[in-house]
Each structure stands twice: as structure tokens, then as C-alpha cells.
Design a protein around this ligand. Sequence first.
Ligand code: APR
Length: 235
Amino acid sequence: MLEAARQIVDAAERITCFSGAGLSAPSGVGTFRDPVGGWWTKHDPMRLASPQGFAEDPDLVMDWYAARRSQIGSADPNPAHRILAAREDIVQVTQNTDDLLLRAGCDSVIQVHGDIAADRCHGECGHIERIDLTDPPGRRPCPCGRAELRPDVVWFGEALDPDVWQQAEAACSNCDVLLVVGTDASVYPAAGLITLARHHGARIVVVNMNPSQASGIADVELIGSAAELLPALLA
Ligand code: APR
């Protein structure tokens, strides 16, 4: 299967990589739906990653993001991040909000679910500020005085940034091969990018630790860790 995937990738002129939490798992960053260790196996996503949850208990939400930010801040890019950064020809579209692809050296990453390394005004005044992942801030008001600051990520029930989404659709509509790496492919609209790529004639190569919602649409599926399989596939 690796040889079949390698032939597809080597023949491609335009490659897009669509990634999820499994790409960063080898760096020690928690995934969401893994049966062991996945965040959503222990916590209710609607309490921690939704506007309702933030309204009900902003301390709980900001404490949870502080824990995730510290985990990311103390993590290092893994070999999967590094080989993707070395392949400057591959366009990066990710569901991940961490900065590990950027720290690995990627010039540009299309982050459809936002950026955990920044806070923005919950009142949408437009204020955004970078935060230090190694020393994450707690609750504080936006300088506009009308609302609190919250992570610059897309919560369940919130709209994706239309400009970012347009970039992601373009990247997945115009590729010969879509690498689908480390995602359960169960959250929409992001997961729809896979069928969009397929609809535009792309070959789908999945790299995932387990079968996923993308298994049925894959031309080739490599089961294993991205930290091992991506260097073997792309080096
Ligand atoms: N290498 C490759 N795949 C891995 C690895 C690894 N080392 N470790 C775990 N995986 C796979 C798991 O088998 C799983 O299929 O990564 C996938 C992670 O799935 P999820 O935890 O559901 O994460 P993701 O698909 O990114 O979630 C999508 O859901 O909660 C929201 O906004 C959040 O962006 C996230 C979205």
C-alpha cells in the first residue's frame, strides 16, 4: 500500500494536505475522539468548545484552553510536521488550531478551525491578540470594554471564517492528490473538503492510525502513525 501511495504522490503536480489532531498526536497533543485519551471521551465538547459553554462557565472554558495551550506550548513538531514543512509544494489545510506546522517551518497554513495561539473579542469588535502558549492567560476583558477575550478558534455552532474557508475550498478543489492525515473526518463542514477534492478528480490518500469516516473514499489508506508514514511517503 505504501508503494501504491508513493506512486500516486510522486505522479502528482498539485498536492494538498488536509490534517487533523492525529498529525499532532505524536507530539503529545491530545486528540478529540481517540477512545483512549481523546478529549471528548472525558469532557462534553458543548461545555468546553461552544458559545453556550463559555456563557455558562467561562472559567471552566478558559482553564481548559490554558491546559491545552500549555500542552501545545511544551510540545515540539514531530517528523510528520517536519516532512510536510520540507515539502513546500504541498498546500497545508488543517483542522488543528495548534502552531506546530508553523513551528516546523511551513510558510502558510490554512487553519479552518482557527488559531489557539491567539485570543479575540467575543463581542466581535475585531480585536485579536497573540498569546504565549507557554504562559497562557486567563479571563480578561477585551480593550473595547464590551466583551471578554476568548480563543481565536471556531466553536461548535460558530461559523468558519469565510475567507479562510474559501482558501480551503480552493486548495482542495485544485489538487491532483489530497493527503488526509490524522482525522476522523466526522466534523463538517471541514470533512466535506474530502468529497469536494474527490468531486474535482483528486486521488485521496489517507494516513491514519485507525479506519475513519474517510476510509470509504480513499484510493489508498495507510494505517499507522503519521510520524512514521508521512516521512516514508514524502521524503
Ligand atoms: N497518526 C495518524 N493518525 C492518528 C494518530 C497518529 N499518530 N493518532 C491518532 N490518529 C487518528 C485517530 O485514529 C483519529 O482517527 O487521528 C484521528 C483524530 O480524530 P479526532 O480526535 O476526531 O480529531 P479531528 O478529526 O481532528 O477532529 C476534527 O473536531 O472537536 C473538533 O474542532 C475539533 O478540529 C477538531 C475536529
